[in-house]
Design a protein around this ligand. Structure first.
Ligand code: AMP
Ligand code: MG
Length: 418
């Protein structure tokens, strides 16, 4: 029975090949990456979200001078002779922004937070710790040396690195770079990324559906996923499963992109043409099938200078493959220093079953926390890689290891929050 059926549907004869563990696939994918070499120098305000091409260093210490950490009084400890209490005249007043003046002998200086320490002062006593009587202060206890003083260079010595190359300029990085007085930074060029969805059944949202058609979910998903300052996205919309058009579009996209992302058409069905078209065009595939559920049909290859990431068509599978493989790959192209995916451990609110063989990423919902300890998650038994609405209702993905057959309620499980 099987033979004539296979002959009639040649895709069914395609070799299944070995499934590659996710970690191996990611390592192989990353080995193909040559980060974008083009750079530009931008004003810090224009560099938000971009990847630093060069480390930023401080040409002077941070903070640049000794200053007060509290509103209070600066004094010299050697002026506190004999046992206390001590009375000192308030000889001057230092506000943030004033140039430091010398501290007269046997006197205190009123000082406000951030003001430069008067020359000769070695302690700042908080205003709450003294009593002020007219133009003098009275203190009962001897303050310790260096009290309430922020020393020059205690955050960063001169000449040291503030932010390394390979970091994205976020609020923390921007603050440190600005505090060191740098007005411009060198950043890597954006990764030119082209999205192409494939499938004769696809219709753009807003257009009427003929029988058998569906609205294209992946295009919107990828456009949203690529909305990052370090990516320059191009969107080619959706194409039907027409080998000539697909081939011409794929080749042209590879010529003008650093990364081409397609969805659909990489499995073993008769209308899954992309892998063959890519190889026919001279492309080299490295990863073809992943030991991952969903997202088994995944292709990563190189054509000329471009990388091609062929994601599966099912939206949940495309999203999972993008999250686990695609985003780290794009980040490496951008020159971002690798960081592992944000992950945590949660506990299952109910038992789950899993067919051993492939590691599985399953959409899951946080179900609250009782007392201190890991939060609970609910995850459906039959997620289905088409269940895009379920994905939108989830808080993250749980990762079920390949070898596991079942887990009990209360078991800890890895969780990748969205
Ligand atoms: P494929 O990988 O091309 O075999 O597609 C697998 C499944 O995903 C099929 O049910 C397709 O109809 C569906 N699919 C493919 N592309 C999309 C898309 N862009 N949006 C929504 N569903 C899609
Ligand atoms: Mg298809």
């Amino acid at each position: 029975m099987n033979r004539p059926l296979r002959a009639a549907f040649p895709g069914a004869d395609a070799p299944t090949g070995e499934l590659m563990p996710v970690e191996t696939a990611l390592a192989r994918a990353l080995a193909l990456v040559v980060p974008v070499a083009r750079c530009e120098r931008l004003a810090l305000a224009q560099a938000t979200g971009r990847v630093l091409a060069q480390a930023v260093t401080a040409d002077r210490p941070l903070p640049p001078f000794d200053n007060a950490a509290m509103d209070g009084y600066a004094l010299r400890l050697t002026d506190l002779v004999e046992p206390g209490p001590w009375t000192l005249p308030v000889a001057a007043r230092m506000r943030a922004g004033d140039a430091p003046c010398p501290l007269p002998r046997a006197a205190a200086c009123r000082i406000l937070t951030g003001a430069a320490l008067p020359l000769g002062a070695d302690s700042v006593i908080a205003q709450e710790a003294v009593s002020r009587e007219g133009s003098v202060i009275v203190l009962e206890r001897r303050p310790s040396p260096g009290l309430n003083i922020r020393r020059s260079g205690d955050d960063l010595p001169a000449g040291s690195q503030i932010v390394p190359a390979g970091r994205c300029v976020g609020p923390r990085e921007a603050a440190a770079i600005a505090a060191a007085g740098a007005a411009k930074v060198s950043v890597r060029a954006r990764v030119r990324t082209t999205v192409l969805c494939t499938g004769s059944e696809l219709v753009a949202p807003g257009q009427p559906l003929a029988p058998g058609q569906i609205w294209d979910a992946n295009r919107a998903m990828l456009n949203a996923a690529l909305d990052r300052a370090w990516i320059a996205p191009a969107d080619l919309g959706a194409l039907p499963d027409d080998p000539d058009r697909l081939s011409a579009t794929l080749i042209a996209a590879c010529q003008r992109s650093d990364l081409v992302i397609t969805t659909g058409g990489v499995s073993v069905g008769d209308e899954d043409h992309l892998t063959r078209l890519f190889t026919d065009a001279g492309g080299r595939n490295d990863v073809l099938k992943l030991a991952m559920k969903p997202g088994k049909p995944l292709t990563i290859g190189r054509l000329g200078r471009a990388l091609w990431l062929g994601l599966p068509g099912n939206p949940v599978a495309a999203f999972v493959a993008w999250t686990v493989i695609g985003l780290p790959l794009a980040a490496a192209l951008a020159g971002l220093t690798p960081t592992s995916l944000p992950r945590t451990f949660v506990q299952l609110s109910a038992p789950l079953r899993h067919r051993p063989g492939r590691c599985e990423y399953r959409p899951a919902r946080l179900a609250g926390q009782c007392a201190p300890g890991p939060a609970f998650v609910d995850c459906p038994d039959s997620p289905g890689s088409h269940r895009v609405a379920l994905l939108a209702q989830s808080d993250g993905l749980v990762r079920i290891p390949a070898e596991v057959a079942e887990m009990r309620a209360g078991d800890l499980i890895e969780f990748l929050p969205f």
